[in-house]
Design a protein around this ligand. Structure first.
Ligand code: ASP
Length: 424
């Protein structure tokens, strides 16, 4: 019998998760059952993905950098990567702003719905405000200062310090390039084998993926708010989703035009990672799978993928920046504010920076949205308006975030002559 493709297995898992979650939430005992007996399996799955993230970045980035010919090749790849990432983020924000200005979802929200949402979710946003405050209080160069860890083991003890690990790995790789071949060889060989082990571990984790997403979605469905909120906020959600869909179209088109790889090839290759991003709402947790798909199924050489993708997971969040732009203007519209062109240009800058600063974990984009709101003088209380449907939108924007990383990885690989043919 032919084996069912991984993305089908994951899709079936997701679908069954939604069905079982919906069915069980009809019973009073159902939600507790899901929380106690199904959700933990979802968490175990996410934990195992997170577990692999730091060893994977360390191993593959050191190997990837040390495989480069010289330092100038590294800086050329670095420059291209950062430029493409900035370009796609600014494009995403601009698309978001255009859509939200045309559709004007905030003007369709009824007075009672607004008051009800503001009252119901006002309490929930206070923690987010505290989290955002921490970012606001930091100095202008803090983000750069923090990239250099003072202790590699301390840095490796928190998944959130991904940029620090990336810094160490690149630095170590540079050292490795600069020493004589006979001295670097054993270390390179070690990291090569280390990498193979990690990749095998990812393969093993992926066997559990259909069950993992089943558990994650069943739990999510039982925790979801009532559907009338979705309808009230429908125009807003539609604006975000439309923008995200356009982004996926643009990535596919750019990959097609620049790398000559067909849309089907690209989308089929990245689909399992997209489905996991959707189910986990975390590009950091999905990173191991994104790397595996991009390197083994989309043909990006390891020396490029291991560099472009971990950096992308931390700083390139096109879906998040687009959502932040739409949400900020939506809230302004709902409060009857008219944002000037200057204020909207300001949103392009702050949403770009805020998305770079957002952690690759569920809900991070919403915390950073507070900064965008504050800069534009939009009332933070408006966060309560979008709180209820943030999680479903988070699932979609995370999918876009990692698809953007994959597209840029392919384009950078192509320009460096490091895009291989993939045997099917
Ligand atoms: N959950 C998103 C991610 O991990 C970040 C966000 O927009 O909240 O990419």
């Amino acid at each position: 019998m032919k084996k069912i493709a991984l993305y089908w297995q994951i899709l079936i898992g997701m679908l069954l998760g939604v069905i079982v979650g919906l069915a069980l939430s009809q019973f009073t005992w159902g939600s507790t059952f899901v929380q106690n007996w199904i959700k933990p399996f979802g968490n175990m799955f996410i934990n195992s993905l997170k577990l692999i993230a730091i060893p994977l970045i360390l191993g593959s980035l050191i190997k990837g950098v040390s495989d480069l010919k010289d330092i100038s090749q590294l800086s050329s790849i670095g420059l291209k990567t950062i430029s493409f990432y900035l370009l796609t983020t600014v494009l995403a924000v601009s698309i978001g702003l255009t859509i939200v200005n045309i559709i004007s979802p905030g003007k369709h929200i009824a007075e009672e719905t607004r008051t009800e949402l503001l009252m119901r979710y006002a309490g929930d946003i206070s923690q987010k405000k505290i989290d955002a405050q921490r970012h606001i209080e930091s100095g202008p160069l803090d983000a750069f200062e923090n990239i250099i860890p003072e202790n590699i083991f301390a840095a490796a003890s928190e998944n959130i310090n991904m940029l620090q690990i990336i810094f160490f790995a690149i630095f170590f790789g540079v050292g490795l390039i600069l020493i004589p071949e006979n001295q670097s060889e054993p270390v390179k060989k070690f990291f090569d084998s280390f990498n193979h082990v990690i990749l095998k571990m990812i393969d093993l984790i992926m066997i559990a993926a259909p069950f993992g997403v089943f558990a994650l979605l069943a739990a999510l469905v039982t925790e979801a708010p009532s559907s009338d909120l979705f309808i009230a906020l429908g125009m807003y959600a539609f604006s975000v989703l439309l923008g995200l869909a356009i982004m996926i179209g643009l990535y596919t088109l750019s990959v097609w035009l620049i790398t000559k790889r067909s849309p089907i090839f690209f989308l089929k290759g990245i689909l399992p990672a997209q489905l996991l991003g959707f189910s986990t709402s975390s590009s950091a947790a999905t990173l191991p799978v994104t790397m595996e798909r991009v390197e083994e199924h989309l043909g990006v050489d390891e020396s490029i993928g291991s560099f472009v993708l971990p950096i992308g997971a931390t700083i390139n969040m096109d879906g998040t920046s687009l959502y932040q732009a739409v949400a900020a203007v939506f809230i302004a519209q709902a409060f009857g504010m008219d944002l000037s062109i200057v204020a909207q240009l300001g949103i392009i800058v702050t949403a770009t920076l805020a998305s770079i600063g957002s952690a690759a974990i569920p809900g991070a984009g919403m915390v950073m949205l507070i900064i965008v709101l504050a800069q534009a003088g939009i009332p933070e209380a408006g966060l309560a308006l979008i709180f209820a449907i943030d999680r479903p939108l988070d699932m979609f924007r995370t999918t876009v975030n990692l698809t953007g990383d994959a597209a840029v990885a392919m384009i950078v690989a192509k320009t460096e002559g490091k895009l291989k043919k993939v045997k099917r």
